[in-house]
Design a protein around this ligand. Structure first.
Ligand code: NAG
Ligand code: NAG
Ligand code: NAG
Length: 570
């Protein structure tokens, strides 16, 4: 700079020598800007080659060429001093050099000396950006080495005091490349060194500093805010690939089964997720509904454990950019005790002979319950104090067997209530009534109403007279209770019984066969047998005594003296 000034000084002097008529010499001085009033710029005595006395005698004056007088001359000392503080930037702006012209006027003889004062720049201005903050939008995954030119900082100072360099706050993505131009100005470019990832860091804030070359250096800063623009570079993600949930059967409509939720690290529509069923069966579509916006899975049909104990469905989450992820939802249906046990009769023996031996199988049936777990576990009972008992066999089969001898004559039929109960909560029960008839066996003989009969018959009866009747009762039924009567063979007065008396086999009525004579037969005894029609038949017998009652059918007979020669007894 000094070399430059000296060259210029020489140039000006020579120019002056050519053009000067009245003026003899031209002096060049310099002063830094911003000096306060009274600061010394130069002493002109030496340059004018005269002493102070002569200077004042010749009434030396300093006259400014511009409207404003920046300097003053002390004629007694020859000192040129600053009169008014000078701001180089307002005076000359960008022009360089900044020179103020004055003349020293001397009288006797009149002499003009040109004074040039170069106002030197002082680093009194900092570099300045047009804004405090610059916004850059850079898509994520922009390739490295891409450059982003930055705005220059301005510095009113000149030369060395102007912007010399730019620096950037430390960061991992960008470096700064400072470019120099032929006019000495510089500008900086951001160079991407490491790819941006919006999901990691959506916004980056950097401080750009412009540094000038003054002593001391002055800096100006601006903030650079980089908004990283989203690319759909992330798939939606489910926090878990498999959701296992339990659902009670018969859950009411709109019951929330589960909520799947995928996240997407991208931004905006790239992160907007919609949920869909993916490859699911018709049953799933019939029973479940998926809210596509919020991923809630709800019930829309009747959930029946007995129809299916679990449902598997795939759900797809798709973001606004078309990227998808899948998850699996496994819904396990929990059984409710909604089915009562069912009694199925396999066989039944009815009528059942009353002489069946103990352990005879009366009925075979099974109990089933389609529910699972305790709800499907069953127990079976029947009434106590029956001659039957339940015998469980394998696979929920039961036998109803006789436990005690049966007696049709006491109970001819049974209504046996079978009760099956499961162990669910609440317990469910079902009943079946087995109607068992007991069939008759000829196990009862006819029994006469009396242990023996006595009948009376007046003598001289007419033959065929009804003497009386016998009656036997048989507790059995039908043929087994059909009784027929007969007389057992016997003798009355050497004659066969049958010649005296007969019996109606069906009614048991007894008739006299002939007229009886008391004087001949006073009484006699017969035996009647009652036989039922069973097989084999059973019978019983009863004795009957028939008394012949005397009638006055003979005149008195004098035994002595004999009325005639015949004796009553011969
Ligand atoms: C500009 O600043 C950078 C960082 O401080 C430094 O490495 C570089 O040497 C400087 N350039 C000049 C020309 O001073
Ligand atoms: C058994 O049930 C039948 C039909 O309901 C009824 O007619 C009969 O009287 C019942 N028998 C007994 C012994 O309860
Ligand atoms: C004697 O008595 C019997 C019996 O009554 C009679 O039959 C008979 O004729 C009598 N004889 C005479 C001789 O009277």
């Amino acid at each position: 700079m000094e070399i430059l000034l000296n060259l210029r000084q020489v140039m000006f002097i020579s120019l002056y020598l050519c053009a000067c008529v009245a003026m003899c010499e031209s002096f060049l001085y310099s002063v830094p800007e911003e000096k306060k009033s009274g600061s010394l710029v130069a002493n002109v005595l030496k340059d004018l080659r005269m002493d102070a006395k002569e200077l004042s005698a010749r009434r030396a004056r300093l006259v400014s060429k511009s409207s404003k007088q920046y300097f003053q001359l002390d004629p007694h000392s020859g000192d040129v001093t600053v009169k008014d503080k000078i701001d180089r930037e307002s005076l000359c702006g960008q022009n360089e050099p900044c020179v103020l012209l004055s003349e020293i006027v001397l009288e006797k003889p009149l002499q003009l000396h040109r004074i040039e004062v170069q106002v030197e720049d002082v680093n009194d201005n900092s570099p300045k950006f047009s804004k405090n903050q610059f916004l850059l939008e850079i898509p994520e995954q922009t390739p490295v080495d891409i450059r982003f030119p930055l705005e220059r900082a301005e510095d009113s100072d000149k030369g060395k005091n102007a912007v010399q360099n730019y620096t950037l706050s430390p960061n991992e993505h960008f470096r700064l490349d400072v470019q120099s131009h032929s006019d000495g100005s510089k500008h900086a470019e951001l160079v991407l060194e490491k790819p941006l990832d919006r999901e990691e860091n959506p916004q980056i804030s950097l401080i750009l500093s412009a540094v000038d070359g003054g002593i001391p250096k002055r800096t100006g800063t601006a903030q650079i805010i980089i908004d990283v623009l989203d690319n759909n570079d992330n798939l939606p993600q489910f926090p878990q690939l498999e959701y296992k949930v339990k659902l009670k059967e018969n859950s009411p409509l709109d019951t929330l089964v589960t909520k799947v939720e995928a996240t997407d690290r991208d931004f905006g529509s790239n992160a907007h997720i919609t949920y869909y069923f993916s490859q699911v069966s018709e049953n799933v579509l019939r029973l479940f509904k998926l809210n596509k916006h919020i991923g809630e899975l709800t019930v829309t049909g009747t959930i029946d454990y007995e129809e299916s104990s679990n449902y598997v469905m795939k759900i797809r989450a798709t973001d606004g950019g078309g990227l998808s992820a899948h998850c699996k939802v496994i819904v396990e249906i929990e059984d409710e005790n909604d089915n009562a046990p069912e009694i199925t009769i396999t066989s039944i023996t009815s009528p059942l002979p009353e002489d069946s031996s103990p352990d005879t199988v009366v009925a075979l049936f099974s109990v089933t319950d389609v529910d699972s777990g305790d709800s499907g576990r069953t127990a079976c009972t029947t009434e106590v104090n029956l001659p039957f008992v339940l015998k469980p066999t394998e696979n929920n089969y039961y036998q109803l067997v006789t436990q005690q001898p049966l007696d049709r004559e006491k109970a001819s039929e049974y209504n046996i209530t079978i009760t099956a109960t499961d162990r669910g909560s609440p317990r469910l029960t079902s009943t079946r009534i087995l109607h068992v008839e007991v069939s008759d066996v000829n196990d009862n003989p006819p029994v006469f109403e009396k242990p023996f009969y006595e009948m009376q018959l007046r003598e001289n009866n007419i033959p065929g007279l009804l003497i009386g009747f016998v009656h036997a009762v048989d507790l059995d039924t039908a043929q087994n209770a059909k009784v027929t009567y007969s007389l057992l063979p016997g003798k009355v007065n050497d004659g066969p019984t049958s010649s005296y008396i007969s019996i109606n086999s069906e009614t048991g009525n007894l008739y006299a066969i002939r007229s009886l004579d008391y004087e001949e037969v006073q009484d006699f005894q017969v035996t009647v047998r009652a036989v039922d029609s069973g097989s084999p038949p059973l019978s019983s017998e009863v004795p009957i005594r028939v008394q012949v009652v005397d009638e006055n059918d003979n005149a008195p007979f004098i035994l002595y003296p004999l009325q005639n020669g015949t004796s009553p007894l011969d």
